[in-house]
Design a protein around this ligand. Structure first.
Ligand SMILES: *[C@@H]1O[C@H](CO)[C@@H](O)[C@H](O)[C@H]1NC(C)=O
Ligand SMILES: *[C@@H]1O[C@H](CO)[C@@H](O)[C@H](O)[C@H]1NC(C)=O
Ligand SMILES: *[C@@H]1O[C@H](CO)[C@@H](O)[C@H](O)[C@H]1NC(C)=O
Ligand SMILES: *[C@@H]1O[C@H](CO)[C@@H](O)[C@H](O)[C@H]1NC(C)=O
Ligand SMILES: *[C@@H]1O[C@H](CO)[C@@H](O)[C@H](O)[C@H]1NC(C)=O
Ligand SMILES: *[C@@H]1O[C@H](CO)[C@@H](O)[C@H](O)[C@H]1NC(C)=O
Length: 353
């Protein structure tokens, strides 16, 4: 690691010392035994990729559990299941609503609004263990997005709550909930994953329309010192309009199972793969509904490798994949973990029968 990089990180750390953590259950550690469980890439990532082509429109999703998450969760945006008994949820608390402009101003379409980004820790029974405020009062970047856990850190993009604006890429230590701001992007970024094999960071912008790649290796002089912006290594548009991805997880680099590789003329190089969930709002002149879906995606090209619609809704009528989602293989079967509702949230766990 270059000295200039360390200086940039140290400067960011000073900013991050303001993270205020409220510990609700002092007898429950953030992580059991203070141990960092493995990421998907080093545990069930390969099995997720192998099992995914079994999924389709006719998959029966069997409800395994429904767990109420205590407290006002605001708007949950992303979630990582860290080990069997901890869920970290990035959540927005909005104190002033954004307002649509009549015409674009400064390249965006609405006023900044105001609020706070939080990181919440829950156990498997839905008990709140800690509630961190990640942004200071008055910060124009107060919107967290989808998050990813890489075996050491939780990655988050804290952005203005409006398209075509700015974001700061941070990583949060799950053992302390302290955040480290690494670099700033000249766009609204939401979903983020860390490819731990290439050390690339991939972020999705408003509506998941563009995937932008940042390399932790390709900035030998360090990221541009905050609050300046760092230029991306590359950016690709999402070539599909199925759903707008909200929350994604890096699964590792894998050759594709034959049902998937058949689509690529039999060529089957190892690919960087992520899992994502999201919704598309389908509007007609008379009505609108949210189509839910999950997918495996090639991280470099954004090509969908396998896409599956999800028609499940919460008891409150929200599309199951509207907000946070994670995935796991438990006893050889695929499970999804969804936290769709705002404010009064319930974790729904489904297994692909
Ligand atoms: C976390 O704290 C904020 C206030 O800082 C509060 O508005 C929010 O409801 C809390 N979240 C939960 C789940 O209790
Ligand atoms: C547009 O940007 C300019 C320059 O940064 C700023 O002074 C102005 O307040 C912005 N306008 C709005 C409505 O945000
Ligand atoms: C954001 O920028 C893109 C590309 O410059 C443009 O097509 C889009 O209309 C902008 N969105 C808004 C809401 O201003
Ligand atoms: C943490 O609390 C202190 C004191 O109330 C406040 O000055 C600071 O802005 C807060 N920081 C965050 C990130 O909420
Ligand atoms: C998305 O990326 C393309 C280049 O791949 C770029 O032309 C376009 O402006 C980007 N859109 C936004 C909103 O950043
Ligand atoms: C919270 O949501 C559950 C359904 O998930 C519902 O039964 C309950 O009445 C809701 N509680 C409040 C206070 O709205």
């Amino acid at each position: 690691m270059k000295a200039s990089y360390i200086v940039a990180v140290a400067a960011a750390l000073n900013l991050s010392l303001a993270t205020n953590v409220t510990i609700i259950r002092p007898n429950d550690p953030f992580l059991p035994d203070n141990k960092l469980p493995p990421s998907h890439a080093t545990s069930d990532g390969a099995s997720i990729v192998q099992l995914f082509p079994n999924l389709g429109r006719s998959t029966t999703w069997k409800l395994i559990s429904k767990t109420h998450f205590e407290g006002d969760t605001g708007e949950p945006e992303g979630m990582v299941r860290v080990g069997d008994d901890r869920f970290f949820v990035s959540a927005g608390q909005y104190t002033v609503a954004t307002q649509k402009y009549t015409h674009p101003i400064n390249g965006t379409d609405r006023s900044p609004g105001a609020g706070f980004a939080h990181m919440l820790i829950y156990d498997g029974q839905g008990r709140l263990i800690a509630n961190a405020t990640l942004t200071p009062p008055g910060d124009i970047e107060y919107h967290s997005g989808g998050i990813d856990y890489d075996g050491r850190y939780i990655w988050d993009a804290i952005a203005q709550y409006r398209p075509n604006t700015t974001a700061t890429i941070v990583r949060i230590d799950p053992l302390t909930l302290q955040k480290e701001a690494l670099f700033r992007t000249h766009d609204h970024n939401g979903g983020i994953v860390h490819d731990t094999i290439t050390d690339d960071i991939v972020t999705l912008n408003w509506g998941g329309r563009n995937a932008t790649t940042w390399s932790m290796k390709d900035y030998p002089q360090g990221f541009a010192p905050l609050p300046a912006f760092t230029e991306a290594k590359s950016s690709v548009p999402d070539p599909t309009f199925f759903v707008d991805y909200q929350d994604c997880k890096f699964l590792g680099h894998h050759a594709l199972p034959s049902a998937m590789s058949a689509r690529f003329g039999g060529l089957n190089p190892t690919r960087a793969i992520m899992f994502c969930g999201g919704v598309a709002t389908i509007e007609s002149s008379s009505s609108s509904f949210n189509l839910g879906g999950i997918a495996l995606i090639d991280l470099q090209t954004m090509l969908p490798l396998w896409e599956v619609p999800i028609s499940l809704t919460s008891d409150l009528g929200t599309s199951m994949t509207q907000n946070p989602i994670d995935i796991a293989v438990v006893d050889g079967k695929l499970r999804i973990y969804c936290l769709p509702d705002q404010h009064n949230s319930t974790l729904y766990v489904y297994e692909a029968a």
